[in-house]
Design a protein around this ligand. Structure first.
Ligand SMILES: Cc1cc2nc3c(=O)[nH]c(=O)nc-3n(C[C@H](O)[C@H](O)[C@H](O)COP(=O)(O)OP(=O)(O)OC[C@H]3O[C@@H](n4cnc5c(N)ncnc54)[C@H](O)[C@@H]3O)c2cc1C
Length: 197
């Protein structure tokens, strides 16, 4: 492979990752704040109450930290669109969806629940099968994200666990017989058993 500066790199395979840049010129021209994307509040409204920004171009506040996040995923764009449609039809709410991602790459389905913004421990479920496994990413005792390859049941359980805020640490995940689905069921049974009031 020859680079623009003339350097030649011996290689068998070239993988090119092409990034994207949000088109924020129109927002800038309209005097709306832009910070890596068109800045919106938790209702996905810009500074102008008549202008919303959604999907790839929108920088919206994260639920936990409040820091602005711009995501490039179909789930995010669809979730944003639903929220704005609900607001326009009289049911406003804050955007608090757990980020998740899905991509089919030939025979491989990659699914990610949560955002990994730095982890210190990884636990692999199904480590004996290179074609179907999940990687649980922890920061301290907190589960931050689950990356699954061809393990859709893990992905679904992980989304519900992360969204529910259920407690799950590396010690739980390495216990014999651990499954995300089983942990979710125990969490739900525990929550249901809590006294009301
Ligand atoms: C190669 C590739 C692979 C991807 N794979 C996945 C995947 O596997 N899983 C996943 O979740 N996500 C994937 N994504 C990301 C996903 O496609 C985007 O996150 C999603 O399409 C964003 O939706 P959107 O509506 O915000 O923006 P877009 O789908 O980009 O739609 C924006 C539209 O606005 C139009 N537009 C822009 N400016 C103007 C203007 N001034 N006036 C009028 N129209 C305008 C554009 O032409 C475009 O049609 C992939 C993206 C790429 C590029």
């Amino acid at each position: 492979m020859e680079l623009a500066d003339g350097r030649r790199l011996p290689t068998d395979l070239v993988l090119i990752g092409v990034g994207v840049t949000p088109r924020t010129e129109l927002a800038t021209l309209a005097g709306l704040p832009v910070s890596g994307g068109i800045t919106v509040d938790s209702r996905l409204l810009t500074d102008d109450p008549y202008v919303s920004a959604i999907g790839d171009c929108a920088a919206f506040p994260q639920v936990r930290s409040g820091s602005l996040l711009r995501l490039e995923s179909v789930q995010n764009a669809v979730g944003h669109a639903q929220l704005v449609a609900e607001r326009l039809t009289g049911s406003p709410r804050a955007y608090a969806e757990l980020p998740w991602f899905w991509s089919d790459q030939y025979a491989t389905t990659l699914q990610i629940a949560g955002l990994d913004e730095g982890h210190d421990t990884e636990v692999v479920l199904g480590a004996d099968d290179p074609d179907a496994f999940s990687v649980l990413l922890f920061r301290g005792e907190e589960l931050r994200a689950v990356e699954s390859v061809n393990r859709p049941a893990d992905h679904l359980a992980a989304r519900q666990l992360l969204q529910s805020g259920a407690s799950l640490g590396p010690g739980d995940a390495t216990a014999p017989g651990f499954t995300l689905k089983g942990h979710l069921a125990r969490h739900r049974a525990g929550a249901a058993a809590l006294p009301v009031g």
